[in-house]
Design a protein around this ligand. Sequence first.
Ligand code: NDP
Length: 367
Amino acid sequence: MNSRRDFLRTSAFHLGFLAASGAVSSRLLAQSAAAKPSLGVALVGLGGYATRQLLPALRQTKHCHLAGIVSGTPEKAAQWQKDEGVKAANVYDYKTYDRIADNPEIDIVYVVLPNSMHAEYTIRALKAGKHVICEKPMGLSVAECDRMIAAAKEAGKTLTLGYRLHYDPFHQEAKRLGQEQVLGKVKLFEGGFGFRAGDPTQWRLRKALAGGGAIMDVGVYVIQAARYCTGEEPVSVTAQEIKTDGVKFAEVDETVLWQMKFPSGALASCSTSYNCSTDFLQVACENGRYRVGPSYGYQGQKGEMNGKPMEFAPVNQQAAHMDGIARHILTGEPLLNVGGDEGRRDMLVIEAIYRAIASGREEAVAR
Ligand code: NDP
């Protein structure tokens, strides 16, 4: 259930379309002019992704805008206030965060914090009556995901994840080819995403803040891709973790190889690493194969189907993603697969992968 303010915005949004088509008078449209068809976003945690990707993307969105910031670093907050014109009243730190409840200019809270903070800051934002976009991984466990989903239900607000690739045309095509069985049934998915984690002091290598290593971070993209290319949920996994640097990766996984079985008989062979760069998906079907690689970055995707290149105009994934979520909130347009339930499904797989690493056996994926 959306708030009255969302309803007014929704009405204004629809009126805009209707006016453009000549279906409503300009007088009626003028009456609704006070309600703008754009949602205010507050970014929580002004780190690398918020600064380098989300802020530039917000300048390109049509249906949302930067309205507020939450930061534990006063110098950064001051700089953003100056550079981006954020009002002093819309600047928060982690102690004053809950006061966002009283701010009608903030509609969506976008949580871009270290992984261990996702559940807490998502739940607090939902309790403050705001819609939430939470970065991946959704939480550190299925239990956390359940609490986040329950909080969204209780608040009657939309809980979504930073799954930007659902708005990328190469991934939309990979999903269509697999799910519509354009080349026949999917038989084997292969995919990998990894990078070299440089700074040994970064939070990504601390279990308390990251929850886990490569699998929690970029491995999620490969789990996602295997799920949306097959259109199925894996029933079981086997997995192996390999450490070459037991000091740097003392607390978290370095490289993980894992295999998944799907109900149709399709198989997946996947990898993720904090120690080498890999970035692809390839799907072997009954009558051919397709591939996207580079695959999971912000731009520069390349794809081919049976040797024929996929050609799509580049998009700003983050802008398309935030606009898609805003349109869902404003007009009820169906959400792509970026809701809280999707994050929970990925976490079920991650938990099974960690169980399989520990046991050395095939482990069922819980439901
Ligand atoms: P950064 O380390 O660059 O930024 C995290 C920010 O969180 C910090 O700058 C800081 O902001 C705030 N913070 C609050 N408490 C802590 C703490 N104890 N330690 C460190 N930072 C803290 O991380 P990223 O921006 O790379 O990642 C943030 C989240 O976004 C992660 O969950 C990650 O998985 C996700 N991500 C998603 C991407 C995608 O493509 N969807 C890409 C990159 C990251 P401040 O100083 O303002 O308080």
